[in-house]
Design a protein around this ligand. Structure first.
Ligand code: HEM
Length: 535
């Protein structure tokens, strides 16, 4: 049956054949395909032949369409845009992006939830990721931030525990993306350092109206280093021009049911109708001496730097004006990493940041199938790039010519790229000395003061929302001792908050305020250990 005009049985309607300028459907090897409706068979009703290379080419590729989802921040939505420098900072940082006022740098941003899987709903009560990739002329700079300026934990070694506790419980596989479960509240109530973050998570910040109405924060203290090698600390802020907006919890529940894609649809639609969302980049810049005057440690990611003490200086704006051409190629395959910094910016010794610098690259090696994911267009720098790294899975930009090492004796033509002390990255020469030890600095010890400051800075309605959120979430916790332990922490934050939550949960009398030290396993009465097993 080689006549293309003749029907070939089921699916054999041939009104979609290539004619004129339409491109011809091919296999992955480029071979034109005559019939994409029927597999090759031994007789019209016989078995499909293993020989059918066209069928195998197609199904083989389909079988491998899925890659593993991100271990956290699996559900996200990205868009392209640009960053415009509105203030030059040549006296503060040698970063090329801050040298020329008015210059635009291409950017890609991915917003996300943290705990839910890829198919979860947009309006879960959760932190939102706010990851920005800036394709600068001197390399890619990623600010991998969140919409909340503090974090749950102080040391990256606790990250796997935090995420295990926040994601679905391992025996039952639910709840998928809710803070409302025993494991989560068990863990955080045993980690007093999470108290400040919990106040933010129970606030309206954790149920934003859309990605367009959120702030973003780099969270950690970073360094800015100028041409003379002088360094200052910096915290990065994204301030939405649209303002801050959240939904009510009842609205969040309804929206999740009616349209779990609410946030991604909102961003897509806004950009498509030309209503481009915009953020200002702000910096809190302070030097080492100033940092020492704070009553907390600037290396502790559970603390903010109060804006009254260090005002936010606006230095640029970020505009998102283009949706992706392909969700998988761009939003799924983009690889942000805290270690992607450029000359003029440097790390601080924040132990959470130091751990993140290892984790992102490590996980992406697996998620994106090998060490060459920087060759993908979404991850590749948009500035010249020359190095001697080669081979591995999917190598797409191996060095050309003879030299793949240096030093070498080959001339300018054949010798390949050379190092450049003038242009190159230099680490800030911070002095470090100390005894090797597993330790948490005593300057990280105050877990309640900023949580209290956050609570009392809220309006009456916002405070009521926090009380309602704690009561709702803890009412889903089945183990009485965990609820009580949380109330004992709230007593260290604000008496009225603790009393209100306790009343709604029917906890009477109030427990003793928590010991600031970490509670132990023995704090859980035997009866509650049993009820964990039962529920
Ligand atoms: C992913 C932010 C802490 C490990 C992400 C993403 C964001 C983010 C925004 C999503 C990136 C994207 O859209 O592709 C943060 C912030 C943190 C924090 C603001 C604390 C201040 C940590 C820590 C670790 C970690 C402590 C581990 C030690 C990861 C991993 C991914 C991720 C493994 C998945 C990356 C991928 O598959 O591409 N984080 N994170 N994060 N984060 Fe974090």
């Amino acid at each position: 049956n080689s006549d293309p005009k003749k029907p070939r049985g089921n699916g054999g309607e041939h009104h979609q054949q290539a004619t004129g300028n339409t491109s011809t459907l091919t296999t992955q090897q480029g071979g034109p395909i005559a019939d994409d409706q029927n597999s090759l068979k031994a007789g019209a009703r016989g078995p499909t032949l293993l020989e059918d290379h066209i069928f195998r080419d197609k199904i083989f590729h389909f079988d491998h369409e899925r890659i593993s989802e991100r271990v956290v921040h699996a559900r996200g939505f990205g868009a392209h845009g640009y960053f415009e420098t509105t203030e030059t900072l040549e006296d503060i940082t040698s970063a090329d992006i801050f040298q020329r006022k008015g210059e635009r740098t291409p950017a890609f941003v991915r917003f996300s939830t943290v705990a839910g899987n890829k198919g979860s709903a947009d309006l879960a009560r959760d932190v939102r990721g706010f990851a920005v990739k800036l394709y600068t002329k001197e390399g890619n700079w990623d600010i991998v931030g969140n919409n909340i300026p503090v974090f749950f934990i102080q040391d990256a070694i606790k990250f796997p525990d935090l995420i295990h506790a926040a994601k679905q419980e391992p025996d039952r596989g639910f709840p998928q993306a809710q803070t409302a479960h025993d494991n989560f509240w068990d863990f955080v109530s045993l980690m007093p350092e999470s108290m400040n973050m919990l106040m933010w998570i129970m606030s309206d910040r954790a149920i934003p109206r859309s990605f367009r109405f959120m702030e973003g924060f780099g969270v950690h203290s970073f360094r800015l280093v100028n041409k003379e090698g002088k360094s200052q600390f910096v915290k990065f802020h994204w301030k939405p021009k649209q303002g801050l907006q959240s939904v009510l919890w009842d609205e969040a529940l309804k929206i999740n049911g009616a349209d779990p894609d609410f946030h991604r649809r909102d961003l897509w639609s806004a950009i498509q109708r030309g209503d481009y969302p915009e953020w200002h980049l702000g910096m809190q810049i302070f030097d080492e001496e100033f940092a020492e005057q704070f009553e907390f440690d600037v290396l502790d990611a559970t603390k903010i730097i109060p804006e009254e003490q260090v005002p936010v200086r606006i230095v640029g704006r970020l505009v998102l004006d283009k949706v992706v051409d392909n969700f998988f190629a761009e939003t799924e395959q983009v690889a942000f990493c805290t270690q992607n910094i450029v000359k003029g910016i440097d790390f601080s010794n924040d132990p959470l940041l130091q751990g993140r610098n290892f984790s992102y690259l490590d996980t992406q090696l697996k998620r994106l199938g090998g060490p060459n994911f920087t060759h993908l267009p979404i991850n590749a720098p948009k500035c010249p790039m020359h190095h001697f790294q080669q081979d591995g899975h999917m190598a797409m930009c191996n060095p050309t010519g003879r030299a793949n090492y240096e030093p070498n004796s080959w001339g300018e033509e054949d010798g390949g790229p050379r190092e450049c002390p003038v242009k190159g990255f230099e680490s800030f020469p911070e002095e470090v000395e100390g005894t090797k030890q597993r330790v948490r600095s005593e300057t990280f010890a105050d877990h309640y003061s900023q949580a209290r400051q956050f609570y009392i800075s809220q309006t009456d309605i916002e405070q009521q929302h926090i009380i309602n959120a704690f009561s709702f979430e803890l009412s889903k916790v089945k183990t009485p001792a965990i609820r009580k332990r949380m109330v004992s922490h709230l007593l260290n934050i604000d008496q009225q908050l603790a009393e209100n939550v306790a009343e709604k949960l029917g906890i009477d009398p109030l427990p003793e305020p928590a010991d600031a030290a970490m509670p132990t396993r023995d704090d859980l009465p035997a009866s509650d250990k049993l009820s964990i097993l039962k529920n």
